[in-house]
Design a protein around this ligand. Structure first.
Ligand code: HSE
Length: 412
């Protein structure tokens, strides 16, 4: 028998306990062992829970109990999760976590502590919810150089965008639904402003390139400025708007990593990924495109990934799985101003012909999508570095052209 502890009994922690209880038989057959929950750590009381006798409010009970060999961290956030996970690893316990913030901010340090203590730190559920992506990237696709990884990595924002686009449901109502379904972060700004996507693309990039990528060094823009007018013009262009986390290796070896809304042509597979679903496109130099698709958030999909990691830890109780990246100063990420982009623009001007000519001159060619009274929507014909696009925007503003929105056009 292997005894485990679960820290945090929220959406994910309670899902993990439920899956372990309801799938006892298959877990035993997959892990060749019985997995027993000895403790659940939470400051709240759950007298009606089927696990009522396992609750503790003291982390010390867990870290000091030598019978506990695996600890699931499902508390979220950095504090106290970072300290607790570090101490569990130092105490010789393997740790499984779904905490994206923890791995995106402290992954290099914690992987090092796991290595020093000859235990495992697994975090499949931190990216893509129930979708297997980290293990395939680290194992099945390990023979590739990764040219690009791009994905819809946040279920909440994809749910909101889908409801806005397909059902004309206002932003706030869609967000509330996502919260009720257990998809959204405690602070929904993390979803809406792109921070959650940013953490996930950082984890994917760290794993793909072997160096820790810190969220603070990645350009991050959310969906809060997306309007139904832009959705309409995107549709006329033949595309849909999605929040995309993307990393690509440039010819000079530098990394171009961004999180921002993008307009994706409807024919592309990522365009049809709706609701809470996530999808991740991986371009390997040997495989070409590989796409991973599934439920990116929610109690049971996330618990499925956590429990699979627990099984892996049980199978490797006396061995280490190779999952590691080095710390890095991130000097290998190009500044956002140098990232090459082609944009969709929506602008307003009393003299629409003047605006059209000005934009054509400044951006080196544009294609009109549509006009509406004083409004003009168009796409750039060629890619430019962001710094040149910003310069063009400033000149337009100085020429009494109002810039309503600028959204990147996907080139994958
Ligand atoms: N808030 C996250 C999302 C949860 O919506 O994708 C899963 O990481």
């Amino acid at each position: 028998m292997v005894q485990i502890a679960i820290m945090g009994y929220g959406v994910v922690g309670s899902g993990v306990a439920e899956v372990i209880q309801t799938h006892k038989k298959s877990l035993k057959s997959h892990s060749k062992n019985i997995i027993d929950i000895k403790y659940i750590l939470d400051l709240r009381d759950f007298p009606d829970s089927p696990f009522a006798d396992r609750f503790t409010k003291s982390f010390e009970d867990i870290v000091n109990d030598s019978e506990v060999q695996i600890v699931v961290e499902a508390m979220g956030g950095l504090n106290p999760a970072y300290d607790f996970v570090r101490r569990c690893l130092q105490a010789g316990k393997s740790v499984v976590t779904s905490n994206k913030e923890l791995i995106a901010e402290k992954g290099a340090d914690l992987l090092n502590v796991a290595l020093e203590n000859n235990v495992n730190l697994l975090f499949e559920a931190s990216v893509g919810g129930g979708i297997p992506i980290l293990r395939p990237l680290n194992q099945c696709l390990a023979a590739n150089n990764f040219l690009e990884i791009a994905g819809i990595l946040n279920g909440t924002t994809n749910y909101i965008l889908t409801k806005m686009i397909n059902d004309n449901i206002p932003f706030d109502t869609a967000l509330k639904q996502a919260q009720e379904l257990g998809y959204a972060e405690r602070n929904p700004d993390c979803d809406v402003k792109g921070y959650d996507t940013c953490r996930k693309i950082c984890i994917l990039s760290s794993l793909a390139y072997g160096e820790h990528i810190y969220p603070k060094n990645v350009y991050c823009e959310g969906i809060e400025k997306i309007s139904l007018t832009d959705v309409k013009y995107a549709d006329m262009y033949g595309g849909v708007i999605k929040l995309i986390g993307r990393t690509r290796r440039l010819g000079n070896g530098m990394l171009d990593i961004t999180v921002c809304p993008m307009i994706i042509k409807k024919e592309h597979l990522l365009a049809s990924v709706n609701d809470v679903f996530n999808a991740i496109l991986v371009k390997g130099d040997s495989t070409g495109d590989v796409i991973f698709y599934g439920r990116g958030a929610g109690k049971l999909p996330t618990a499925s990934a956590v429990v699979a990691d627990v099984i892996d830890c049980v199978k490797h109780i006396h061995a280490r799985k190779y999952l590691y990246w080095e710390d890095s100063d991130n000097k290998n990420i190009i500044p956002y101003e140098y990232s090459m982009s082609r944009m969709y623009f929506r602008i307003k001007c009393e003299n629409i012909n003047f605006a059209l000519n000005k934009a054509t001159d400044l951006l080196g060619g544009i294609t009109l999508i549509g006009t509406d009274e004083e409004e003009l929507a168009f796409t750039m014909d060629k890619e430019l570095p962001l710094k040149d696009i910003t310069k063009a925007e400033n000149i337009m503003l100085d020429s009494n052209i109002e810039i309503c929105s600028v959204i990147k056009l996907a080139d994958f």
